[in-house]
Design a binder for this molecule. Sequence first.
Ligand SMILES: Cc1cc2nc3c(=O)[nH]c(=O)nc-3n(C[C@H](O)[C@H](O)[C@H](O)COP(=O)(O)OP(=O)(O)OC[C@H]3O[C@@H](n4cnc5c(N)ncnc54)[C@H](O)[C@@H]3O)c2cc1C
Length: 350
Amino acid sequence: MQPVTDSDVVVVGGGPAGSACAAELSGVGHAVTLVDDGRRLGSWAGESLPPGAIDLITSVFGEDVLEGHRRAYGVRSAWGSSDLGSTDFMSTPLGDGLILDRARFDEQARAQARCRGASVIAGRVQSVEADGDSWTCTLHDGRRLRSAWLVDATGRSASVASRLGARRARADRLMAQVLTASDRGDAIAGTIIESVPEGWWYSTPLPDGRRVIALLTDTDLLSADADRSARWRSALEATVHLHSAAGEISSDVEPSLHRADTSVLHPMAGERWCAIGDAAAAWDPLSSQGVVSAVLVGARAGRAIPDPAALRGLESDVHLLVSEHAALQSHFYGLERRWPDEPFWHRRQI
Ligand SMILES: Cc1cc2nc3c(=O)[nH]c(=O)nc-3n(C[C@H](O)[C@H](O)[C@H](O)COP(=O)(O)OP(=O)(O)OC[C@H]3O[C@@H](n4cnc5c(N)ncnc54)[C@H](O)[C@@H]3O)c2cc1C
């Protein structure tokens, strides 16, 4: 059996939430191990940060973490009508947004955690056992990590907390069908959003010159496996604006399928453990709030551990965020009135 590495806290998952939590915990002197399996596929989602998020994220990680990404000066959308409108970030007091190179951002955030003293290791946590007053995580290669506290930052899977009995409540069944293609560049710059009868599309140019193209729809509205890719292509062709952003899409690449529902974990914390980021609560991507919320909730958990009352306070604040988010989503979905009888929109009417 492999020797055990001891720390005060093991954080499982080195995305934005896990790195923020590990950085805060290490900053106040806790011995922290941050373990990430490296399975995340870089910028597959084309995440952007809305105006205002840059200051919040640099307040946790410092300014270097947002170097080398792509400035976003606005968003164009055809929502509620087929006309393409634009929101210019220059006209908001909060400044520009940012389109993230996610692999780079995650690496920079983990580097910040390491800089403040966390031990950052590569590995996949495969099992977790409670052992008296401590936890033992066993990795895919047999290494073992022992700690007093355990943090689940594994994203939507919440794979640690679900082993401890926590359950996810989903508000909807939203799925993203995503493909990365070459960017036509000259056609439509920046992010574009377009609503359609079966849901909505977005497309975002990545910092590496490619472009993410995604259809968001409900699980039960997806075509059967065999027809899915062809249906995605014909639905893209039928868009009024968005198809012109995509360059040539080769016929042998298929869109990949990812969960994009709004969902909440119950409970988010227990005896010497807590969940943060998407593991605790995940949002419909329409809000573009996932990364900044993950960083802020992760950092706050880092300051709350090991105080159970502070963690209970954090859990109730996350529930508050979920309610505010739900109200905002209803507002935006309510602005689209063209297809009241289509299941996707019917479900989202107040
Ligand atoms: C289609 C789509 C579009 C989106 N667009 C935006 C956007 O524009 N703006 C925005 O802010 N947000 C967006 N989001 C949300 C954003 O991606 C998430 O909110 C954010 O990544 C959450 O960060 P996290 O750290 O909680 O989890 P994650 O980023 O999922 O990180 C979890 C990490 O844990 C690792 N891991 C998992 N299990 C284990 C294990 N057992 N052992 C070790 N490591 C493990 C994973 O490999 C990963 O590195 C979008 C989401 C979707 C689905």
